[in-house]
Design a protein around this ligand. Structure first.
Ligand SMILES: NC(=O)c1ccc[n+]([C@@H]2O[C@H](COP(=O)([O-])OP(=O)(O)OC[C@H]3O[C@@H](n4cnc5c(N)ncnc54)[C@H](OP(=O)(O)O)[C@@H]3O)[C@@H](O)[C@H]2O)c1
Length: 269
């Protein structure tokens, strides 16, 4: 797959009202893509304002929809709403995500369930709903916003990391299956990024990891992510120092050492 031309393409982004998803929407609009942005009902007005601003600035079409992906019928509802806006999409950006910080046995079962459903089931179901028509049209892409957490266990957000590992494995496997169909699956794998996700549910202000590797800026992550997507990079860690770190960790260190480092770094200070 060569360079992807995004001009005039239709891109559906889940979680488009804040953080990385909002910045991704700006980058896709700058490339000339029309957008369908999604948030939950509570952010409806914020999302509409953002859509208007993108329309004015980049002269693209932007639709907004609301949906709660933690509901059992959430992905089907989102799919049907998208289909009532446009006949097909060219790019599905699975980005909406949830996280909580704390020991596995202390966080509530419903918190774990919410993270699992939003970060894993909803990504999978939206892929399953949109990919058949991409295959039929012989063109289409999925960009799954994953994380470096996909590559190592993440103590104190164990379920979060496990959902990202699930999506990583799913993306790479489905991408192999789809070779030759004109459809491709990509993952964007940032490190900790300064968004509301890191300010919710017991997340400490400071982690040891931040001292060592800092926090990324969502606009930079999105910009680099979209450029890598355009160039056809299938699995992409935007931060060069983390790219190097995870290459070294996974190639040269035994698993028990990686796990111990992970435990040490993901501690509040
Ligand atoms: N921040 C990081 O350190 C980091 C690092 C690596 C990867 N990521 C990934 O990046 C993605 C975006 O996260 P972010 O950091 O940009 O966080 P964010 O600013 O908090 O955005 C999360 C988005 O997910 C949406 N969302 C959450 N629960 C939902 C639900 N039940 N139904 C529908 N939408 C829901 C939110 O929608 P509302 O607008 O309705 O609230 C929001 O737009 C996530 O997949 C996250 O795992 C984040």
């Amino acid at each position: 797959m060569g360079i992807i031309n995004l001009k005039g393409k239709t891109v559906f982004i889940t979680g488009g009202s804040s953080g990385i998803g909002k910045e991704l929407s700006r980058c896709f609009a700058r490339e000339g893509s029309n957008l369908i942005l999604m948030s939950r009902e509570g952010k409806k007005e914020v999302l509409k304002e953002w859509a208007e601003s993108l329309k004015r600035t980049y002269s693209v079409e932007v639709w907004t929809i609301t949906c709660d992906l933690s509901r059992p019928d959430g992905p089907e509802d989102a799919y049907n709403q998208v289909k009532s806006c446009v006949p097909h999409i060219d790019v599905l950006v699975n980005n909406a995500g949830a996280m909580a910080f704390g020991p596995f046995h202390e966080l509530s079962p419903s918190t774990h369930d919410q993270i699992l459903v939003v970060n894993a089931r909803a990504y999978m179901m939206l892929m399953r709903l949109f990919i058949p028509e991409m295959v039929q049209r012989k063109t289409g892409y999925v960009l799954n916003v994953c994380s470096v957490s996909a590559f190592v266990p993440t103590p104190r957000h164990a379920v979060y990391g496990a959902t990202k590992a699930f999506i990583q494995a799913l993306s790479e496997a489905v991408n192999e299956e789809l070779k030759g169909t004109g459809v491709g699956i990509f993952t964007l794998n940032p490190g900790y990024t300064d968004t509301p996700l890191l300010r919710g549910d017991g997340f400490p202000q400071k982690l040891r990891f931040y001292r060592f590797a800092g926090k990324s800026d969502p606009a930079t992550i999105a910009e680099k992510g979209v450029q890598a997507f355009i160039r056809g990079k299938r699995v992409y860690i935007p931060e060069p120092h983390l790219r190097f770190l995870f290459f070294v960790l996974n190639r040269f260190l035994p698993k028990r050492v990686i796990n111990a480092i992970s435990e040490l770094m993901v501690k509040g200070t």
